[in-house]
Design a protein around this ligand. Sequence first.
Ligand code: PLP
Length: 439
Amino acid sequence: MKDTPINYEIVNQKIREMNLPSVGKASIREIKRLVDNIETATGECFVRMEMGVPGLPAAAVGVKGEIEALERGVASIYPDIDGIPELKPEISRFVKNFLDVEVDPSSCIPTVGSMQASFASFLTLARLYRDRDTTLFIDPGFPVHKQQHKVLGQNFESFDVYEYRGVKLRAKLESYLSKGRIHSILYSNPNNPSWICFTDKELQIIGELATKYNVVIIEDLAYIAMDFRKDFSQPGIPPFQPTVAKYTDNYVLLISSSKAFSYAGQRIGTMVISNKLFNTKAPDLLRFFSSDVFGHAMIFGTVYALSSGTSHSAQYALAAMLRAANDGTFNFVEDVREYGKKAKIMKKIFTDNGFKIVYDMDEDTPIADGFYFTISYPGFTGEQLIEELIYYGISAISLAITGSERLEGLRACVSLVKRSQFPDLEYRLNKFYEHHPIG
Ligand SMILES: Cc1ncc(COP(=O)(O)O)c(C=O)c1O
C-alpha cells in the first residue's frame, strides 16, 4: 500500500477492471473513462489534462447569431454547398485582417469542423496528379489526420521536426519532396501537441519548397492567434498570425472555430484555398470529378459528396463571430488568453518538481505558453509516466501517438484544469517528486 494522493488500491482495482493491456498505451478516450471511474469511486477530482477540448463558454455573439438564424427558419433550408453569401466575404476579411493575406470569398468554404476540411483536402489533393499519392506530415501532430488517411486508404510519410528546426528544415523536407510522390504537407501552427510555433524563417523555407516542388501546404490553424508572445488580436494591425501563405501561393488553410471561438460543439470550421490553387487546372482530376478545376472539384465533387455543405445555422454563427472580430467589436484572442496564463503557472509547478518541458524552444526563443505543453520526468518513458501519474490524480496522453520521437514525453492540455486546482496540482507533484527522487 503506497501513500499516493489517490487511494492506491482503488486505482489498482479500476485499472484491472478496464482490462487494458497497458495504461500508458491507452487511447485518449480510454484514459478518460479510467479517470472517470476512479473519480467516481474515490470522490477525488483529477487534474485532467488528457483531452484537448475548449474549457471556455462558446462566444456569445456566435450563439446569438445562430439562435436568430434558427428563429428565422433556416433549419428547413439547405445552405449553399460552398457557404452562405453572408459568411464567405467575412472569412476573406478575417484572413486579410488577422493573417494579412488576400483570398477571394469564393475560395473560402465553411466545413463540418476543420476535421472535414482536412478530410476533403486529403481526398481531393491525392487525386490532383496521378503520380503524387503521398501526404507528408511535419510531426508531432494530431493523430486523427493519420486516421483520416487510413480510412481513405491513402499514403503518408512523417518526421518529427524536433531535430530539424530552423535552416535544417530545408534539407529534411527536400529529402522527401525530391522523390516526387508528395502532393501536400500538413502541420499545425501553433502545434498540437507540442505548442512549438514555426518561425518566419521556417515558414519561408516551407513556402519556397512548396513553390519549387509544386506541393500544396495544408496549414492547420486550429489555434490561430494563440501564440500569446505576440498580440495578434487587432484586425488589420500588425503583427499578424504568421503563415506560409506569405511565402507561397500553393496552400489550403484550415481555420477551426472550436478553440478560437470555443465553438467545438457546432462542428464548423473553414477551408481557405489560395486563389492560385482554387483555379488550378489538372486533367487528372477528371478521373474522379466532373471538372478539372481544383476549386470546382473540391466544392461540387468532394464537399457535395461528403455532407452537401455544413449546418445552416452554424454558418450564421460563424458569420456573426467573424464580422464582430473583423469590425473590432469582439476580441476573440482576449477570451482565450486565459489558456496561456494557466500554462505559465502550470509549467512552473511541473518544472519546480523535477519535470522537464520536452519541446521547449522555437529555434533560439522559449516556446509560448498556450493550450498544450509537453513534459517528461527523468528515468520514465512516457508510458510509465502516464501510468504512475494516475496514482497522483493527474492525467495526460503519451506523445507516442502523435508521431513524436520523444517517447519520454507526455502532452498536457491546460483547458479543463481550473485555477482552483493549482494547489492540488502542486501538492500531488510535490508527492511525486518526493516518491521519485532524481538520482
Ligand atoms: C491541430 C488540430 N487540428 C484540427 C482539430 C479539429 O478541429 P475541429 O474541431 O474544427 O474539427 C483539432 C482539435 O483538437 C486540432 O487540435
